[in-house]
Design a protein around this ligand. Structure first.
Ligand SMILES: *[C@@H]1O[C@H](CO)[C@@H](O)[C@H](O)[C@H]1NC(C)=O
Ligand SMILES: *[C@@H]1O[C@H](CO)[C@@H](O)[C@H](O)[C@H]1NC(C)=O
Length: 175
């Protein structure tokens, strides 16, 4: 799906904020040498007002939408097939953003090729808006991963999810 440049800029500014706010966790001496990662999974929910299947000038971010996030993180541990799975529900904030933060994950080294090693899936559960409640993009697993300045921060940014109105507003959207 094509993303408009304004959203991309917005996303980038969020990453920057997130990266600056999160302090690096000092590694405890004497502990195992396995990496310890700080993982952030995030994405947006918007109302696709004119059912364009993309974010257009009539679209707006939906605050209060409920999203289910399922993740599998493969751990680089001596026990080779160890993995961590999670399933949580999150509600979007006033910017239409949902976020799952996992402060410390033992043995998961995100900075190295996280797409191959781990994956997350987000799905729509509930729309807060009665006028924009028909699921459009209802689930997403494609992620852009952004590596933080410090190796141990890893951000999974999922493609946006969307709802649309059940009836198109002809006045607003044209035919
Ligand atoms: C979105 O769809 C409407 C018709 O419903 C059309 O008039 C408009 O040009 C489309 N906008 C974009 C950005 O594709
Ligand atoms: C998330 O919400 C769904 C749908 O309401 C529910 O079935 C599920 O149990 C919830 N999961 C958690 C972890 O609360």
């Amino acid at each position: 799906m094509a993303m408009n440049p304004i959203i991309l800029l917005f996303l980038l500014s969020l990453f920057t904020n997130v990266l600056e706010v999160e302090p690096a966790k000092p590694r405890l001496p004497g502990k195992s040498r396995l990496p310890n990662s700080h993982i952030i999974v995030m994405g947006f929910v918007y109302c696709d007002t004119c059912s364009n299947n993309s974010f257009t000038r009539h679209s707006y971010f939906l605050s209060g939408a409920e999203v289910k996030i399922d993740c599998i993180f493969k751990a680089l541990s001596p026990k080779t097939d160890e993995q961590i799975t999670l399933s949580v529900n999150r509600t979007t904030d006033k910017y239409g953003m949902y976020k799952l933060e996992i402060p410390s994950v033992d043995g998961v080294k995100c900075a190295e090729d996280p797409d191959v090693a781990s994956s997350c899936l987000a799905s729509l559960i509930w729309s807060p808006s009665s006028s924009c409640s028909v699921p459009g993009y209802r689930s997403t697993s494609n992620s852009i991963s952004v590596k933080g300045k410090r190796d141990n921060i890893c951000i999974y940014s999922l493609n946006p999810l969307s709802y649309r109105p059940s009836k198109k507003d002809i006045t607003l959207c044209g035919s």
